[in-house]
Design a protein around this ligand. Structure first.
Ligand code: FES
Length: 151
């Protein structure tokens, strides 16, 4: 599998501690080749992710946001990923309303044993982000500068 060569993009990954973070670790231990654009933020569960984390990341200059957690019915807090799935799907639907291409955000499920699946997910998402133009930075965009003044 090819690795993207050239300029990196800023991609934020919110990964649940119990499954997807383990999956990313398994991919690393297995030495699966993967793009280096992703910056991982470990969270206890996808249920902890407020959709504002996604929106603020994208408005703050991230080119893409990937959320990954335990497969449905495998959440260590029983229902966290069910709540997350509802919130994150709603967030994805609302992104165009704030001027953000919804292809910049994805959510998925990867277990700790799925190192190879993690490699495929992160590679496909990174390629998707590279196919889009870099996201305009708030400071560089006169239209979005007003948001920065609002705090
Ligand atoms: Fe992984 Fe809830 S603990 S999604």
């Amino acid at each position: 599998m090819s690795v993207l060569i050239g300029k990196e993009r800023r991609i934020i990954g919110f990964l649940c501690n119990w499954c997807s973070y383990g999956g990313a670790d398994t991919a690393g231990v297995g030495r699966f080749t993967q793009p280096t654009d992703l910056r991982i933020i470990r969270v206890p569960c996808t249920g902890r992710i407020n959709p504002l984390f996604v929106i603020k990341s994208l408005l703050g200059g991230a080119d893409g946001v990937l959320v990954s957690g335990c497969h449905p019915r495998d959440c260590h807090y029983a229902e966290g990923n069910f709540y997350a799935r509802r919130r994150l799907e709603m967030c994805k639907q609302l992104l165009p309303a704030v001027g953000i291409d919804s292809r910049r955000f994805e959510y998925t499920w990867v277990s700790a044993s799925e190192g190879q699946r993690w490699q495929q997910v992160v590679t496909a998402f990174t390629e998707q982000i590279h196919a889009l133009p870099p996201i305009p930075r708030i400071a560089e965009s006169p239209d979005l500068g007003v948001l920065e003044q609002c705090g």
